[in-house]
Design a protein around this ligand. Sequence first.
Ligand SMILES: Cc1cc2nc3c(=O)[nH]c(=O)nc-3n(C[C@H](O)[C@H](O)[C@H](O)COP(=O)(O)OP(=O)(O)OC[C@H]3O[C@@H](n4cnc5c(N)ncnc54)[C@H](O)[C@@H]3O)c2cc1C
Length: 454
Amino acid sequence: MVDVELLVLGGGVTGLAAAAGMGDRAVVIERDARPGGLVRTECFDGYWFDRVLHVLHFQDPALRDRTRALLGGVLAPCPPEAWVETAAGTARFPIQLHLGGLRAEARVRCLEGLARAACAPAPPDGGGPPAYDQFLLASFGPALCELFYFPYNRKLWRRPLDALVPAGQTWNLQRPSLADAIRGAFPDAPPRGGYNEDAFYPRPPADAPCRGMEVLARALAARVRHLSLATEVEEIDPARRTVTARRGGERVVYRYGACLCTLPLPAAMRMCVDAPPALREAAAALPHNAVLSAAFSVRGPRPAAPGQWRYYTDESLCFTRLVHMTELDPMMAPADGWGVLAEIPVRSGPRAPDAEVLARARRDLARAGALPPGCRVVDARLMAADPAYVVFTRGADAAARACRDWLAERGIAALGRYGRWEYSSMSRCMAQGIRWAESARAGVPWADGEAALA
Ligand SMILES: Cc1cc2nc3c(=O)[nH]c(=O)nc-3n(C[C@H](O)[C@H](O)[C@H](O)COP(=O)(O)OP(=O)(O)OC[C@H]3O[C@@H](n4cnc5c(N)ncnc54)[C@H](O)[C@@H]3O)c2cc1C
């Protein structure tokens, strides 16, 4: 039995931020051989790929300054430059602020829809939230929905949009004032920022052993004194305050004072020996999507100004966006090449063989015109994130909250994107971890509502 004051389950950025600087008081248990969770970056023969698109953006200037100091100057400002490919032309993202990129008739229809949406009376109270498609229509009007929001969201969520509700996925939807939409509807209008302008990406020196967003995870991990890698949590006993894990075939039992759980909520509930069956079943039924990231190493001239990433609304293309890794950091590929990451959302569950997914993505890459003449794909790899997107259906939020409350009442804080079961960013996850550590250090019991303040 190992006695631990603060036990952290999961070595992603939430868990690492919580334990960083806690010295001997905290132990992090991580299943994988490398810390970072989703925030890891793979190198395939000199081509570097984040496991998913990762740009670090901050709402809190104090956390930004603290993170920049931690990374010792390698975190470079990287205001997003993204584009949207639609049936009516290419517009800068967020599209509602850059209608000038669209064909004239589409611009007029989008503005008309936005104007009607802006003037519509607020829906009456009561009756619960509208379906997600109705929410989008009321926010942006029909033309912008048909052009971008509907096809993009159908590809992302892989469900009819009337089966979803607007909940935790709406924080990054920017509803423009009509004046701002009009300003952006002139073809030569200057670009304007979205929700994540205060954004950064690591750009370490050429000979650095690690590139990409994993630089952040490694910097956090370097501040964690007790990080037990290749150690898989198997059982949580909240009544005894113990966690049983397996490391190299050996069983290790930890007894904790306080516990932070960043494992996906359904998995955590399944592992809790005394979880009420109804809660466990509700957690197991929480819908979610996986993301398959198809990483293509390309030899040939880099495309001219492709943007850091590009959204594709054509529903016959398997990916929602293409990420141009060398736009984030030019040294993410050899000088005579570049890397492109195709983000393919799928419903969780059995899926097509990797080779099939890669072959389809490669065909679609060519169809989308993303491989300029003189370029040749020299390698293709598939990386899966599952869960990647929690899905907001009616009742899902309440079920997740009931599970978190049950855990919190037993001294376990369920935090992080999958621990809380939410749609959150790296900085928000780090803020949650830090907040938990502060309250644990002060001996204050954790209440789930605390995370909302992070
Ligand atoms: C497609 C996509 C794009 C994104 N883009 C951005 C972006 O641009 N900017 C941004 O800020 N955020 C972005 N995010 C969100 C960001 O990746 C997450 O918010 C963050 O990485 C979550 O960190 P975490 O530590 O909470 O979870 P995780 O990274 O999932 O960490 C949990 C850890 O628990 C471990 N674990 C699981 N089960 C066990 C077990 N049984 N025993 C031991 N360990 C276990 C896992 O291995 C993992 O390391 C994106 C996410 C996705 C899916």
